[in-house]
Design a protein around this ligand. Structure first.
Ligand SMILES: [Zn+2]
Length: 178
């Protein structure tokens, strides 16, 4: 669904990132992976720009164009849609042990690299980023998904194994995703 990024591999305009995220959000809504998306949400915490409500299937976005690139609307929306696909993939039952999406050290390290590239290391924050700092499988999946959507060429260059694994898993959920 996306063209090649060259020559904008690492400098994709924010408007283009947004339009890529909007396309995937529309697809997720059409396929009932996401129920609804609310934009211009005013979050209480000033470190939060987006939220996916597990079980409800809704996404809230509240971004500010003055923020750093990792908090821009396209990245945040794509990341939250990534959570929705992860939710659709992960088992509903609490009985079985939750399987990890990224299984090998290579996959996990590459996922961390993409996550830090997009969202920064966040080493000095706590609260909403605790899961992220712990390298939560779901947070990493959302980050790899966001990168794969808004900068597919860079994502595949930097994290080939992690991206391949994500495509393998999420492709089963949507024929039209990648
Ligand atoms: Zn997240």
């Amino acid at each position: 669904m996306m063209g090649l990024d060259f020559p904008f591999v690492d400098t994709i305009p924010l408007g283009e990132q947004c339009s890529r995220a909007n396309q995937v959000a529309e697809l997720a809504t059409d396929e009932d992976v996401v129920d609804r998306i609310d934009r211009d949400v005013a979050f209480q915490s000033d470190t939060v720009r987006g939220k996916y409500w597990r079980g409800v299937g809704s996404i809230e976005i509240g971004t500010d164009s003055d923020d750093f690139p990792g908090f821009q609307a396209g990245v945040v929306l794509a990341h939250e849609v990534g959570h929705a696909f992860y939710d659709a993939w992960s088992p509903d039952s609490g009985i079985e042990e939750h399987p990890r999406l990224f299984r090998t050290t290579d996959e996990t390290e590459q996922a961390v690299a993409l996550s830090e590239r997009l969202h920064g290391p966040m080493v000095e924050t706590d609260g909403p980023f605790v899961d992220y700092r712990k390298g939560s499988d779901e947070e990493l999946a959302a980050a790899v998904f966001a990168s794969r959507i808004i900068e597919p060429t860079a994502a595949q260059r930097i994290a080939p194994d992690a991206v391949r694994r994500l495509e393998e898993v999420f492709d089963d959920l949507s024929d039209n995703l990648f």
